[in-house]
Write a protein that binds this ligand. Structure first.
Ligand SMILES: [Zn+2]
Ligand SMILES: [Zn+2]
Ligand SMILES: [Zn+2]
Length: 395
């Protein structure tokens, strides 16, 4: 009797294990199709050191990023530019998922496809659904690559304050970039945007610490305004993921000219910030896993459900919430569900029968314990709309 029980119990365990592995494989393979993200904004605060962002214990220059946006999303404390720590290669690495040694003067395009090209080629999205808005003029060739299979026909629209005539824009610098971005959003509602706030880098090069610090404060405010605008627009609200990062850092104090320049492999140039907010992102999470700029392109692709076949980076899965998949019934085909349910039911009945039989015969000496699993924990994502004041409106 005891042997029969053991055999039956083993078969039952085997059945349960196999049904779990079926559902696991199935949900993994369909996870990428169940993200709620429909739009991505990649926001680059150009050339800011980690010591002035997350690495500053007082977070003096990024009050909005730290106090308002960080609780809504995930931050990375070990995000890196592991190749060329200058502007165009840094942006290119993010947009293509490949480290590329392209010139920093805007005369050379990426040689691997950008996320704009992957997205448009795969989905048929029109050009005005992808936008590059940049303060730094040397980024004007990042809107598409020279890959013959992709290229201009799948490229993004591009604008920069530097492409406008004098007096045509109301403001200058990053505020002009913000003005352009707002009008692009209002007019086209693009799905995939890269925006570069470049005054941080320019003021760093000027050698004025106050200028550099104020430029970070301004970019911090503009990025917060961007998130408020996203969350106040029904096209974007709760369907948009925002990445906020740097293309590179700057030299550590004591390395060459310190904060004034960048471009080598010192820790100050390599270490950058990364903040991600959106419907598929864990909230109030700190990730200390080492990640690098080339992870951005494949992560955008995963969130927006297009492939990035030539990208080398890994998807930043550590910041993705586990509660973004559709209910199991939608991720499994109905046949598999029925099969798994039937097998589980039969196994359970068999087990209950054998268990009852055993209990009846050995009740006198056996003290039976019924082990029950802990109930599934339902993770509810903290709403990131609750912090936004009702008075904030951006049209
Ligand atoms: Zn830069
Ligand atoms: Zn620079
Ligand atoms: Zn350096």
């Amino acid at each position: 009797m005891r042997r029969r029980f053991t055999v039956a119990f083993s078969i039952y365990l085997l059945i349960i294990a196999s049904s779990f592995s079926v559902s696991r494989v199935s949900s993994l393979s369909t996870a990428s199709s169940t993200y709620r993200t429909r739009n991505v904004f990649l926001v680059v605060m150009d050339g800011v050191r980690y010591s002035e962002t997350f690495g500053d214990p007082a977070h003096r220059f990024i009050p909005h990023l730290w106090n308002d946006l960080r609780p809504l999303g995930a931050i990375y404390t070990n995000f890196r530019n592991n190749a060329i720590t200058v502007t165009v290669p840094g942006h290119t690495a993010m947009l293509t998922g490949v480290w590329q040694n392209v010139k920093n003067d805007g005369s050379e395009r990426p040689h691997q496809p950008t996320v704009f090209e992957y997205y448009r080629k795969e989905t048929g999205a029109p050009a005005n659904k992808t936008w590059v808005v940049v303060q730094h003029m040397n980024l004007i060739s990042t809107d598409y690559s020279d890959d013959p299979e992709y290229g201009k026909q799948y490229g993004a629209n591009l604008d920069s304050p530097g492409l406008h005539k004098r007096g045509e824009l109301e403001h200058t610098g990053d505020v002009a970039t913000w003005d352009i971005l707002k009008s692009v959003m209002n007019r086209d509602h693009p799905s995939l945007v890269m925006v570069n706030f470049g005054m941080t880098d320019s003021m760093g090069h000027s050698g004025s610490w106050a200028g550099y610090a104020n430029a970070i404060l301004d970019a911090d405010t503009l990025i917060y305004y961007l998130w408020l605008k996203i969350q106040s627009d029904p096209v974007y609200k709760d369907k948009t993921t925002m990445f906020v990062t740097n293309d590179h850092g700057r030299h550590l104090d004591g390395v060459k000219t310190g904060f004034q320049d960048h471009g080598d492999d010192c820790e100050g140039c390599r270490h950058v910030m990364m903040l991600v907010t959106g419907p598929d992102t864990k909230s109030n999470v700190v990730v200390d896993t080492a990640r690098q700029l080339i992870a951005v392109a494949p992560t955008i692709g995963a969130l927006m459900r297009f492939s990035t076949p030539l990208a080398k980076g890994n998807v930043m899965s550590d910041m993705l919430a586990g509660n973004t998949q559709e209910p199991l019934s939608k991720t499994l085909s109905s046949e598999i569900i029925l099969l798994v349910a039937a097998i589980t039911l039969l196994g359970s009945l068999l087990f209950i029968f054998m268990f009852a039989e055993r209990k009846r015969k050995h009740i006198a000496r056996a003290k039976l314990q019924c082990e029950s699993g802990s109930p599934g924990v339902i993770v509810t994502q903290k709403s990131y709309t609750e912090r936004i004041p009702e008075s904030e409106k951006f049209n």
